[in-house]
Design a protein around this ligand. Structure first.
Ligand code: GTP
Length: 251
């Protein structure tokens, strides 16, 4: 799909970044150069008047499931993970503001001394005013991933597109780092993702998108300009949507 008008195809997007995206080659933590580059890509979208909401994971600091595997109580481990997403969200807010954007962190858990609570109508107001809204602390519940938080918030704020930024340029039939014959899909429907267990996002997140007809684009955030191309409606990475199988056969 291309967009001949030269205008963004999507008015409001939710960008999901993994916490890992912030650490670069380091074992953990936040790479200041990387976070600045991400902020610059977001600025490009703001400059063409796209409303940008973000969800960030916390895997560069703590991953609840790993802590649980090491014996930490699962609920406590997930709460530690939620706090990790908040740390990343604050770093992102800072990086965006240093580039002259207005940004607001909104947390799913109450932590008023540090940021605003998540209030849906307020989040939408911030977006309408051109502020980048960063949703922190996942859904505020244990046992839910930040991918599920991204789907949930995208649906709640009526985003036109959910973008999942990874280190791989789309969804492949097998892990392209290990299988050189792995094939990249341009387009999948939700059920194909669920049935083939392609590992795009967890099932809860995909089902939320499917049931609410939320298009999802998976792309490589390390590829310069990928985000902008996706927002312009270009075929960047893989699109997951409710494209009917008949239409797919005509591709
Ligand atoms: P408008 O009302 O649209 O102008 O939004 P605004 O966010 O600029 O105004 P508001 O008075 O709501 O907030 C002013 C500043 O306080 C902003 O930087 C907010 O992010 C921040 N702020 C608002 N509510 C909270 C809160 O509950 N906790 C914390 N820590 N900061 C808050």
């Amino acid at each position: 799909m291309s967009n001949p008008s030269g205008q963004p195809l999507y008015r409001r997007v939710l960008l999901k970044l993994s916490g890992e995206a912030l650490k670069g080659d380091a074992a953990c933590g936040i790479d200041p150069g990387l976070i600045k580059r991400i902020a610059e890509e977001v600025r490009d979208l703001i400059q063409v008047r796209v409303e940008v909401a973000m969800v960030i994971g916390g895997g560069n600091l703590f991953r609840g499931s790993n802590l649980a595997a090491a014996g930490v109580d699962r609920v406590t481990a997930d709460q530690m993970g939620m706090l990790a997403t908040l740390i990343n969200a604050l770093a992102l807010q800072d990086a965006l503001e240093r580039l002259g954007m207005n940004a607001r962190v909104m947390s799913a858990i109450t932590i008023n001394e540090i940021c605003e609570d998540y209030i849906r109508r307020r989040a939408i107001r911030h977006l309408e005013k051109g502020r980048v809204v960063i949703f922190a602390a996942g859904t505020g519940n244990p046992f839910f991933t930040t991918d599920s938080a991204a789907s949930l918030r995208a649906v709640e704020i009526n985003a036109d597109l959910l973008i999942k930024a990874t280190k791989v340029d789309g969804v492949y039939s097998a892990d392209p780092r290990h299988f050189e014959n792995a094939m990249r899909y341009d387009h999948l429907n939700y059920d194909e993702v669920l049935q083939s267990k392609l590992g795009v996002m967890d099932a809860t997140a995909v089902v939320l998108c499917r049931d609410n007809n939320m298009p999802l684009r998976v792309l490589d955030m390390t590829k310069p300009g990928a985000l902008m191309r996706a927002v312009m409606g270009e075929d960047e990475g893989t699109l997951v949507s409710s494209k009917p199988l008949a239409e797919k056969a005509n591709d």
